[in-house]
Design a protein around this ligand. Structure first.
Ligand code: SF4
Length: 332
């Protein structure tokens, strides 16, 4: 069994089933996740228990294939035991470092502006492989915030995501509070409706990127299944139920979704929701069909004048292709 994929509750049950004291789960979570100890160095456990753990659990971290560091961004290409690879990125903000975690090898959502979407989904990452990204990357710096918005659509891997967030937020282990976890989705409505199953009040970011069905379906195929109006309703409900402020992600693509009219439509669409808009400058890549918007400032001003709380996302790692929409991890 992969230790890093086990929730605290599952570990307690594991010990109980073997007639062992379930308090060992707490000792293990604290020693492994907080104190970064090896099993043989945990003084609170007997030799017999250490043997049991070593015989029954694996503690495998991914292998780092390449690492690029431009001073504010660290991007690592990590390879798992079956050879599948993902990229994961640290962004060093003034207020602490954030880690962007991948959830799938490739992504089948096919958003046309995203490099990750150009790789067909090969498989879901396990909860342990997501946790392992955090454990691996914390060797570079202390991580204060986790964004679940790397390669893959997190809600397309719901059960593993649920376990990962439980492990991440467990107070005996990594202990990330909900306000320090942000989950991003392109809008899988049935799974948004299931978010209450996850026992953590994290932040929700919704990749909206267009204010009308016509435009959104053009750049995000998922919109043909779950349209804008339905998505806004689901998000409103989530925000209302948990008192959470929603982040709407909006990547500005030249001549596609960046007109002043689009800004007015967006303001109208999200009126009354406790939210803000995160405007993302497009990062051009060699094979990209889109260009960076020239109307970004006017778009921003129009939102502001319409009473929308909007910010420009700070750009990280563009030079090392670690920025939004640039993660790819070619695996063939
Ligand atoms: S933006 Fe997200 S959901 Fe869309 S293709 Fe890229 S990784 Fe997948």
């Amino acid at each position: 069994m992969d230790f890093y994929g086990m929730t605290f509750k599952a570990l307690e049950e594991y010990f109980e089933l073997r007639g062992e004291n379930k308090a060992k789960a707490k000792i293990l979570f604290k020693s492994i996740y907080r104190e970064n100890l090896k099993i043989e160095d945990i003084t609170e456990l007997s030799d017999r228990t250490k043997r049991l753990i070593k015989e029954n659990f694996s503690f495998t971290l991914p292998i780092e294939t390449t690492v690029q560091d431009d001073g504010t961004t660290v991007k690592a290409l990590l390879s798992f035991s079956d050879g599948d690879k993902v990229e994961t990125v640290i962004m060093k903000h003034d207020y602490g470092a954030g880690l962007c975690v991948s959830t799938q090898v490739g992504c089948s959502m096919g958003c046309s502006f995203c490099q990750s979407g150009k790789l067909k989904r090969r498989r879901n990452l396990t909860a342990g492989e997501m946790t392992a990204q955090v454990l691996f990357m914390r060797q570079y710096c202390e991580i204060k915030h986790i964004s679940i918005m790397g390669i893959g659509e997190p809600l397309d891997n719901f059960e593993n995501l649920k376990d990962f967030i439980e492990i991440l937020s467990c107070p005996y282990g990594l202990a990330f509070g909900g306000k320090n976890i942000t989950l991003s989705t392109c809008g899988l409505i049935p799974q948004i409706e299931r978010l209450s199953e996850i026992n953590c009040q994290f932040n929700l970011a919704v990749s909206l990127h267009a204010p009308t069905d016509e435009l959104r379906s053009q750049i995000m195929p998922i919109n043909k299944k779950y349209g804008v109006a339905e998505l806004i309703e689901a998000v409103k409900e989530y925000s209302g139920n948990y008192g959470k402020r929603i982040a709407f992600e909006y990547i500005l693509l030249d001549g596609i979704n960046d007109s002043t009219e689009n800004a007015v439509q967006l303001a109208e669409l999200i009126k009354g929701i406790n939210c803000y808009v995160n405007l993302i400058p497009y990062n051009e890549t060699e094979n990209s069909e889109f260009k960076r918007s020239k109307n970004a400032d006017i778009f921003f001003d129009t939102l502001k004048k319409s009473g929308v709380n909007a910010i420009f996302r700070r750009e990280f790692g563009t030079g090392i292709k670690a920025a939004c929409g640039q993660l790819s991890a070619e695996y063939d």
